[in-house]
Design a protein around this ligand. Structure first.
Ligand code: GDP
Ligand code: MN
Length: 343
């Protein structure tokens, strides 16, 4: 397969696309840090716009400083209760009891984290501001992330030209305590929709990347997911009937509140079952850090544009990275188990 990279520089056509950020006012300075990296590494050459979303109104200070730091337009949207509250069918006392029993799980006791994950799974792609702007692709950014490599081509144009629908930089193993019934609920959705004559996953058996998330027989979820704090994808991937119905089914089951389903496993399982393998892309050339984990390209030709240490890349770390599983599922070869993050 030939991959066509867009030509470097900013004279190429612009895609209808931009950055989407869900963020709190108190994360302003972490947001500016992230934006500084994105702007200097890439966006100062391309001036793509930004959408900021928040379940509380943004402060004047937040709006002024984030507007000043970018070369692109900025838009600010409120996430109201229709997208950030308990649906009527959720038993809130049961949800509270379950949170108490999840003290040993990351964000296990957090109520707001659950609203956040549900919003990122089921709503950001149909927020009124996002629909109004009508973008084809988005790039998700969070506060306090780092971008380590100069990017002299347009990844949105790359995605469009090469028919990519979903892209990632880090593939991670999920804490299984957050998603005990996610896989069985998705299987149930597939079973029920098939029984109703709806084949929502026509690529599943032959052309999908299902081996990224499960074994040959599909019995269980292996916990592999793309880390969604970085995500470049088509907005209409989530606007498909298949995804909307799958989200509704998951939402009705209550797992976003009774368990602690993350948007990352939800997006990743859907993309892996729904898309064709070659519609999913690994941006190896985007050096990226979120929390203490990072992806750094190891090839010398790429590294010369980066300031990260390739020895610290998570890529082939056992029990944490799912990049080997991804490469196997794609049928690509890999240098397996070469190093650990702490070496
Ligand atoms: P982690 O990446 O899983 O550790 O979770 P984060 O705390 O980074 O949250 C993920 C994203 O959602 C970040 O962009 C946060 O700024 C945002 N976020 C998380 N909780 C809230 C919230 O309660 N309100 C708003 N507006 N944004 C939130
Ligand atoms: Mn984060």
């Amino acid at each position: 397969m030939t991959i066509q990279l867009p030509t470097p520089g900013n004279t190429t056509q612009r895609v209808k696309a931009g950055f989407i950020v869900l963020v709190r006012n108190e994360e302003l300075y972490g947001m500016l840090d992230s934006m500084y990296d994105v702007e200097t590494r890439f966006n100062s050459k391309f001036s793509y716009p930004w959408i900021f979303l928040n379940n509380e109104p943004f402060t004047e200070e937040f709006i002024q400083l984030t507007t000043k730091i970018t070369s692109g337009k900025t838009h600010y949207g409120l996430v109201d209760e229709s997208m950030w509250s308990y649906p009527s069918w959720i038993d809130q006392e049961k949800a509270a009891r379950n949170r108490e029993s999840m003290k040993s799980i990351p964000y296990g006791t957090s109520e707001s984290y659950r609203h956040m994950c549900r919003f990122q799974s089921g709503f950001f792609w149909r927020h009124p501001l996002v629909l109004q702007l009508g973008w084809e692709f988005y790039w998700r950014i969070e506060p306090d992330v780092r971008y380590y490599c100069d990017l002299d081509y347009d990844p949105f144009l790359y995605m469009k030209t090469n028919n990519k629908q979903y892209a990632f930089t880090i593939a991670f193993v999920e804490h299984s305590g957050t998603i005990p019934t996610l896989w069985s609920t998705i299987r149930e959705f597939v079973r029920i929709s098939t029984a109703k004559g709806k084949n929502y996953f026509p690529n599943l058996a032959t052309e999908s990347l299902y081996r990224f998330v499960t074994e040959e027989d599909g019995e269980s979820y292996n916990s592999c997911h793309f880390w969604t704090n970085f995500e470049i994808a088509r907005l209409d991937l989530w606007q498909t009937e298949a995804y909307q119905n799958m989200f509704d089914f998951l939402d009705k089951s209550g797992g976003f509140f009774y368990e602690r389903w993350g948007d990352a496993p939800v997006h990743s399982i859907f993309a892996s079952l729904f898309l064709k393998k070659d519609e999913i892309h690994f941006f190896n050339d985007i050096g990226y850090k979120h929390s203490i984990y990072e992806h750094c390209p190891e090839q010398e030709s790429l590294l010369k544009r980066c300031t990260c240490n390739p020895a610290r890349t998570l890529d082939y770390t056992d029990n944490m990275s799912c990049l080997n599983t991804y490469m196997d599922a794609q049928g690509f070869s890999t240098p397996k188990n070469r190093k650990t993050v702490n070496e």
